[in-house]
Design a protein around this ligand. Structure first.
Ligand code: GTP
Ligand code: MG
Length: 259
């Protein structure tokens, strides 16, 4: 039986996080060993809401971690990946805490054992079989263009540069190749370049994605330019992926268990 960690990054999603936890029914929990919510120093009631959920469900295998500082979404991945390695997990699933994705989309992957055959399964929003609900046409178009640009550079098909539902084999993370990747929302773009550089066996898998009451934090134009630069630098010299992508260097991504 595989030890599978479900990592839920959470930042100011007091309204959505309960719905995400509500997705974790017995059908899914059959495959999940433990759930961690990594609270990235939310300034709203995220922590209180998760804590109340834990009081209501004392037997649910859920741990609430609080980052020592706001490490961004990328930094929160680093916290969770370390946790997975330190606690002997075989796989880690990432599911964003703002309830845009559905973990049930991965049920066939889990049920069939498809995940065991690959280094990672990346949820894809722009693939045959994907479903977008309330996601703007403009952003859909922008994403598809970027998928193509990345695909041209890494010479394999790309169906998403970072959805909020992904699954990684922990043994592939042990080299910590991602440690100097950006701590912000650009972390996932780097992870896609890493597929190429480290020749990882990744598979995209179609998922659904919705936008209803979530607040998007993506600063579209400035991020779009930075991502292009990242891609261009990689094309010029793939070894840039081994370099430093962060503006501020953090030596230890620490988090404490709150509950
Ligand atoms: N923005 C942001 N999100 C964080 C941070 N730490 C954790 N997260 C979580 O990361 C997830 C993604 O953040 P979003 O701002 O929604 O970005 P996104 O989903 O990539 O982009 P959208 O398509 O705009 O939703 C959410 O579940 C957040 O709760 C952080 O420091 N900043
Ligand atoms: Mg989001």
């Amino acid at each position: 039986m595989d030890k599978i960690l479900l990592f839920i990054p959470a930042y100011n999603c007091e309204k959505q996080i309960v719905r995400v936890l509500g997705q974790l029914d017995s059908g899914i929990m059959r495959y999940i060993t433990e759930v961690i919510v990594v609270n990235n120093r939310s300034t709203d009631q995220t922590e209180a809401v998760v804590s109340a959920f834990m009081d209501r469900h004392p037997d649910f295998p859920l741990k609430l971690l609080l980052n020592h500082e706001n490490y961004g979404l990328g930094g929160s991945h680093k916290v969770a990946f370390s946790y997975a390695m330190e606690h002997g997990f075989d796989y880690v699933i990432v599911l964003h805490g703002d309830d845009q994705g559905s973990i049930a989309d991965f049920l066939p992957v889990l049920r069939s054992g498809y995940y065991r055959k690959h280094a990672c399964i990346l949820g894809a929003r722009f693939m045959r079989g994907s479903r977008l609900i309330g996601y703007s046409l403009f952003r859909t178009f922008g994403n598809i263009v970027y998928d193509f640009l990345f695909a041209a550079v890494i010479r394999r098909r790309v169906y998403d540069l970072g959805s909020g539902l992904n699954m990684y084999r922990v043994s592939d993370l042990e080299s910590r190749y991602y440690e100097r990747f950006p701590d912000n929302l650009m972390f996932n773009y780097c992870m896609v370049l890493a597929l190429d550089y480290y020749n990882l066996d990744a598979r995209f898998y179609p998922v659904s994605w919705r936008e209803d009451d979530q607040v998007s934090n993506v600063k579209m134009v400035s991020q779009a330019m930075k991502v292009l630069k990242m891609l261009f630098d990689y094309r010029t010299d793939p070894a840039t992926i081994c370099g430093e992508y962060r503006d501020r260097i953090i030596t230890e991504y620490g988090a404490d268990s709150v509950k």
